[in-house]
Design a protein around this ligand. Structure first.
Ligand SMILES: NC(=O)c1ccc[n+]([C@@H]2O[C@H](COP(=O)([O-])OP(=O)(O)OC[C@H]3O[C@@H](n4cnc5c(N)ncnc54)[C@H](OP(=O)(O)O)[C@@H]3O)[C@@H](O)[C@H]2O)c1
Length: 254
């Protein structure tokens, strides 16, 4: 299926691993130009080289989203370098420590999961306004819409706030054509990621989580990346203010 993403200019936060990396590769495979970041210069350069070898066009930058000034500067520089932005995917999360409920964890999720999306949208709004098919996606989680005790309380609360804010932006900016949605993945198995750690160190929790997923397995980053690519594309032109759940059926709510 042609997603009509050729030539689109895309910014993705956290693109070297997991869901972000899958997004970068999907957009590049569709002929889009992509700017992405991570904290590691080495992994940024490795992915740039991989995409170049595939014939794609991507610009990586080592930026830590905890450094707000550096983050906003990168967004502006990326937008200027590509001469515009059509698509923004806010993907990075602030913490991964399971069960963490300390104040510091709340602040990390607030600063990164929520405020990097809020500030990212505001910073890129002038560029998105100039686009013919502007689309913004915030990556949330099923833990935002269904009680999921393995997740830290701050993660669940701030990922919920992200869904609420996307709905607000969709209403505020709909008339100008800017679409804003969230994607809420259930457990996604990333090599070297949190669920691999749980599988090795907390096998009871891992098995009980698997047993709650009707499809009997965790998702893959590619499955989520495909959904985000579709949602960002002109083919999804009537979808805004929505929260698309991708969880193998884990969510029980009707
Ligand atoms: N995996 C799941 O089961 C799951 C389920 C529901 C929702 N989600 C959501 O999906 C999103 C992606 O999760 P994931 O599992 O794909 O994550 P991941 O595999 O840990 O990848 C995160 C990416 O972001 C980068 N990153 C992390 N912290 C950063 C920071 N402070 N500044 C800049 N870059 C940073 C990482 O690179 P560096 O480490 O090199 O910086 C990496 O490229 C998150 O919002 C998460 O909450 C994931």
């Amino acid at each position: 299926m042609n997603l009509y993403l050729e030539g689109k200019k895309v910014i993705i936060t956290g693109g070297t691993k997991g869901i972000g990396r899958a997004c970068v590769l999907q957009f590049c495979a569709e002929g889009a130009e992509v700017s992405f970041c991570s904290r590691s210069q080495q992994s940024v350069e490795a992915l740039e080289a991989e995409i170049r070898a595939l014939g794609g066009k991507a610009h990586g930058k080592a930026v830590d989203l905890y450094d707000k000034d550096a983050y906003l500067l990168w967004l502006k520089q990326a937008a200027e370098e590509m001469r515009g932005v059509d698509i923004f995917v806010s993907n990075v999360t602030g913490g991964t420590a399971l069960g963490m409920d300390a104040w510091g964890a709340w602040k990390e999720f607030f600063d990164v999961d929520l405020m990097c999306a809020v500030d990212g949208f505001e910073t890129l709004h002038p560029y998105l306004s100039e686009s013919k098919f502007p689309a913004v996606t915030f990556v949330s989680s099923t833990a935002a819409i269904e009680y999921f005790p393995p997740s830290p309380p701050g993660f669940m609360a701030l990922k919920s706030a992200l869904i609420t804010h996307a709905k607000t932006l969709a209403h505020h900016h709909g008339k100008t054509g800017i679409r804003v949605n969230t994607v809420s993945p259930g457990p996604v198995y990333v090599n070297g990621g949190a669920w691999e750690f749980v599988e090795n160190e907390m096998s009871e929790l891992y098995q009980s989580t698997l047993s709650q997923i009707p499809l009997g397995r965790m998702g893959t980053p590619d499955e989520v990346g495909s959904l985000i690519a579709y949602l960002s594309s002109p083919l999804a032109s009537f979808i805004t203010g929505s929260n698309l759940v991708i969880d193998g059926g884990l969510r029980k709510g009707l």
